[in-house]
Design a protein around this ligand. Structure first.
Ligand code: GTR
Length: 324
């Protein structure tokens, strides 16, 4: 008994010592479960930061939406309640105008094209758009290509989508995208998708392989059509409130550690995409690959017309299209 108590005491003293070694602990949010590439990448960033500051600055990742759904955590980040947040650029569309361009359907020719854009000056210009809204855009992560899945029938053409209730991320662009495709858009938080499909509130949703798999959505939506209508990058942002509390030297260290976590994230992403695809296929999901993307692409003109109206966005779209 005494031995157990002593061991417990030693363990807790050790924990306090470790915890107190961090002068600053940055609280970070992620909707995905532990082990998911984005979660692991932010942990990696934290390891780099800890190492580079001799244990002075640490990062604590709250995965699995422990701090809330993306839209709510974005608000909390603005107010400095959450320091770091890893989210899709989608839920930022109605807040940071520049993020709209990377959420446009079929704007990128491929994931490689998206990398070339966000890794260069266009990506930097978009990140700058976060600051006036109370966020520091630190770096980009990958979100693969998003495709439709549903529990009703295999979608092989736009006709099949007609009238279907499809969940989208909470952004006007995605609502308009679904309308242009003839479906009924249902914007919902990510955490509500599984039960909404199960109970028939919606017929399906859309996402990449790792999200389709890790969320378990493939268990309730057995048809996955690889139309790849969206390649939406993800971002790691910091609250400007938290950022302003750091010295310029520490700000530079945070920024660098974030940037350095992107190649690691991409490596983890590539591996996870394969594993997730294997798991979904093994579960017997009907994967539809023979799909003509041209009509889907043509329908998107309406979305561009409605959303790419300011000179700023027109210029960004032009520059993205001029990037090889
Ligand atoms: C995932 C993305 C999440 C979240 C989710 C969604 O691909 O990584 O950040 O945006 O999609 O559909 O809500």
């Amino acid at each position: 008994m005494l031995k157990t108590l002593t061991t417990a005491l030693v363990a807790s003293v050790a924990m306090i010592a470790t915890a107190s070694a961090c002068e600053i602990t940055l609280k970070s949010s992620d909707t995905h479960p532990d082990g998911y590439p984005t979660v692991e990448a932010v942990k990696y960033m934290g390891d780099l930061l800890k190492e580079r500051t001799d244990g002075r600055i640490c990062v604590e990742v709250f995965h699995s939406a422990q701090l809330g759904e993306e839209k709510d955590t974005i608000e909390q980040t603005k107010f400095g309640v959450i320091d770091l947040n890893r989210v899709s650029t989608g839920p930022f569309n109605n807040i940071v105008e520049e993020t709209k361009v990377v959420s446009l359907p079929y704007i990128f020719k491929s994931v490689d094209h998206m990398h070339r854009v966000v890794d260069g000056p266009i990506g930097d210009d978009i990140l700058k758009g976060f600051e006036p809204e109370g966020f520091i855009g630190l770096t980009y992560y990958d979100g693969g290509a998003r495709s439709f899945y549903n529990k009703v029938k295999p979608i092989k053409s736009m006709d099949d989508l007609k009238g279907m209730k499809i969940r989208v991320m909470q952004s006007d662009i995605f609502v308009d995208m679904m309308t242009a495709l003839g479906a009924n858009a249902t914007p919902l938080p990510y955490g509500e998708v599984y039960s909404s499909i199960q109970t028939g509130v919606i017929d399906g949703a859309e996402n990449n392989w790792p999200s389709f798999e890790s969320s378990g959505h493939y268990e309730v939506a057995g048809n996955y059509t690889l139309d790849q209508h969206l390649i939406v990058p993800e971002v790691l942002v910091m609250s400007k409130v938290s950022w302003d509390k750091l010295s310029p030297e520490d700000q530079a260290l945070v920024k660098q550690a974030a940037k350095d976590s992107t190649p690691k994230m991409r490596e983890l992403w590539a591996a996870r995409e394969k594993v997730s695809e294997e798991k979904v296929r093994a579960a017997g999901v009907n994967i539809i690959t023979d799909i003509d993307k041209a009509p889907f692409m043509a329908a998107m003109d309406a979305v561009y017309e409605k959303h790419v109206t300011s000179d700023k966005l027109k210029d960004l779209v032009k520059r993205i299209r001029a990037t090889d």
